[in-house]
Design a protein around this ligand. Structure first.
Ligand SMILES: Nc1ncnc2c1ncn2[C@@H]1O[C@H](COP(=O)(O)OP(=O)(O)OP(=O)(O)O)[C@@H](O)[C@H]1O
Length: 635
């Protein structure tokens, strides 16, 4: 790749190929939901990470474009954000080139064999660095950028374990004049989108009314802003084509007729510069692949529906039911009968909405707007409906389940599902585990699941990385693994803010919520959901509600990673936990701004008073005062 970004063409792809030893397994450093990441050395000796996205995935295409547009579009640099050095489009291949982060992700360090490197000092620094990354995005960037997917696997670590935030696939640039979900939708969008008639609700309307939203129009509106980071593929395709179309403009920097598009952010040039792009190959492939053109309106509509689900069995139910099934599974281990009926093919069919099924699925959905499906499709249709994200994160459900017998709970859910014509999904998950258990490890592995595998509603099982995560990474809990890093269309289960209903714009306070979860994860060294076989431990299953309980009983330090023993700074740990509690308040307005969070972490500001229900947690005011006093004494 030409690092000046001026002569990239097929050579660009070739260079990335040779830099990564032809994308060899030995250069592979990790696998995410969207593709594989390879270590590479460019001709000039620069060490890079090359992410190759799995082709032909609708989701990947969107995330690729978002990454390029938002991360690549940042005018300012931050030491706390991973640099995107360039990208490459070669036929259906999509590659992203990042600065290399030798210690990879926080997820791997925290839950891997190497967890000891994350001593308390480093953990506290990581909390500060991620906060500074968000401060950069929310405050220093104009317009602000909302990351949308803050979680440990998106925090990468450099040589000295300094953290940088990565993965802007779900991020967006905040539009000018956005105030908040309610204002936005009641005033701006509904008027605009309904063409003045005011009948079409906007994106952020409550999920119950989502079916009514003309999402295609909403998307068009959201993308109409010059700075919008919600990249509609339609508009993005236009953007590409627009560049090509402008090749003869004076000073055009677009070269036509090549197979590779590569653009180098380091060159500091703007979007057009250095794009080398075959419009025929690209636009043809692109529009075909994404089924755009005249159907784009309908496509946009289905796209949102498909990703977020519109069925009545929402993810809350799904998660509740799944939790129940996990408890049953660990206690009763009665999987085998179901397993016999399953096959990997069936499981795949039920868990993925494939690109090539899109048209077929659309038709079904149009004919059957309630989504119950025909007799033939019923077996897999409900799976697509489970993704609704609204308020899934109801820790009360865990409490509820712990109070009642899981069997009763499940019975009720089963009845509910059957009444609605849905099949019960729980055994699919379990089958999957069993399938992988057999295939990968025989019966000797801990609970039968590869420590490096994780489950995604969207993507099914995926191998997170090629390095062994170690036994700590597994630690006997199936459930925490599966939910802790499950990327949804717009957020990750357990990290996504409760107000974010799958239909709304992400706002800064959603990032703050995710930061709160991340802080607790860093401090506790465990995942947000952690169900162990013993029912006694169920009260601790949900990290957030456990933390709230501890705050209530004045014992928050019990949450600190027991592997650290006593080797941590109690004052800082209390500060982090109280700060996390403030970030995790259900009402977004009550959560602190990122600027204040950074100041609090630096000891320059008091922690705001926590809600009553968290008392008698360590008196945060007193605590902060004493901390400030100490600091001023030190000065
Ligand atoms: N810049 C980088 N430098 C070094 N390693 C990286 C870099 N980017 C990613 N990795 C490694 O590759 C792994 C996969 O990254 P990727 O961003 O594809 O997945 P993810 O964020 O874990 O998953 P998802 O995209 O589903 O959220 C990371 O966990 C990390 O180990």
């Amino acid at each position: 790749m030409d690092r000046k970004g001026r002569s990239g063409n097929l050579d660009g792809y070739k260079e990335l190929k040779s830099a990564t030893n032809e994308f060899s397994a030995s250069n592979s450093i990790g696998k995410g939901g969207s593709g594989t990441v390879f270590r590479g050395i460019l001709r000039d000796g620069k060490l890079v990470a090359v992410k190759t996205l799995d082709s032909a995935s609708f989701q990947n295409e969107r995330e690729f474009q978002n990454e390029v547009e938002v991360l690549g579009g940042l005018n300012l640099k931050s030491p706390f954000i991973v640099s995107l050095l360039g990208f490459c489009v070669y036929k259906s291949k999509r590659l992203l080139v990042y600065e290399y982060m030798p210690n990879r992700s926080l997820q791997e360090s925290l839950f891997g064999e190497n967890w000891r490197v994350l001593n308390w000092g480093r953990r506290f620094e990581i909390v500060l660095h991620v906060s500074r990354a968000l401060e950069f995005l929310h405050v220093e960037c104009d317009p602000p950028v909302i990351h949308g997917d803050v979680k440990p696997s998106n925090v990468l670590l450099d040589w000295e374990y300094r953290a940088k935030l990565s993965d802007f696939g779900l991020s967006r640039v905040k539009n000018e004049g956005e105030f908040g979900v309610v204002d936005l939708f009641s005033q701006e969008l509904s008027g605009n989108l309904a063409g003045g008639g005011g009948e079409t609700p906007g994106i952020g309307t409550p999920a119950e009314s989502c079916n009514e939203v003309d999402f295609a129009l909403a998307l068009q509106a959201s993308c109409s802003s010059k700075n919008s980071g919600i990249v509609n593929l339609n508009s993005f395709a236009c953007n590409y084509n627009g560049n090509v179309g402008r090749e003869n403009d004076g000073g055009s920097r677009v070269e036509k007729g090549k197979e590779v598009s590569i653009w180098n952010f380091e060159s500091g040039d703007d979007w057009n510069k250095g794009v080398i792009y075959d419009d025929e190959v690209f636009s043809a492939d692109h529009s075909k692949e994404l089924k755009l053109s005249s159907e784009s309106k309908q496509w946009g509509k289905d796209w949102w529906w498909r990703q977020d689900g519109s069925g009545e069995l929402c993810s809350k139910d799904y998660v509740m039911e799944w939790i129940g099934s996990q408890i049953c599974a660990t206690v009763n281990a009665d999987w085998d009968d179901e397993e016999k009926k399953s096959s990997p093919e069936n499981t795949n069919r039920e868990n993925f909405v494939r690109l090539d099924n899109l048209k077929e699925a659309n038709e079904t959905q149009l004919q059957d707007p309630k989504g119950f499906g025909t007799e033939e499709s019923r077996g897999w249709e409900p799976r697509k409906k489970h993704r609704k994200m609204q308020e899934w994160w109801k820790e009360e459900y865990l409490d509820e389940i712990s109070k009642k017998t899981s069997g009763n709970k499940l019975k009720r859910l089963e009845t509910k599902c059957i009444k609605k014509g849905f099949r019960i999904p729980r055994f699919e998950v379990i089958r999957r585990c069993k399938f992988h258990k057999r295939r990968k490890f025989g019966n000797n592995n801990h609970n039968g699941v590869d420590p490096n595998m994780e489950f995604s509603f969207k993507r099914g099982w995926k191998n997170k990385n090629n390095r062994s995560g170690g036994s700590e990474m597994w630690s006997g809990d199936l459930f925490s693994r599966e939910l802790s890093s499950t990327t949804s269309m717009r957020g990750t289960l357990c990290y996504v803010a409760p107000e974010y209903g799958g239909c709304g714009y992400l706002m800064e306070k959603a990032d703050i919520y995710s930061l709160g979860v991340l802080i607790l994860v860093i401090v506790s060294g465990r995942r947000p959901l952690h169900v162990l076989a013993s029912p006694m431990k169920l009260e601790k299953a949900n990290l957030i509600s456990w933390c709230r309980q501890l705050a209530h009983s004045g014992n928050i330090l019990e949450l600190v990673d027991e592997r650290l023993k006593d080797e941590y700074n109690k004052e800082q740990a209390s500060l982090c936990i109280n700060l996390a509690l403030a970030c995790l308040q259900k009402m977004p307005e009550l959560r602190p701004d990122i600027g204040d969070i950074v100041k609090i972490l630096r000891g320059e500001m008091d922690l705001p008073p926590l809600p009553f229900e968290f008392s008698p947690s360590p008196p945060s005011k007193l605590f902060c005062k004493s901390r400030r006093k100490q600091k001023s004494n030190a000065d």
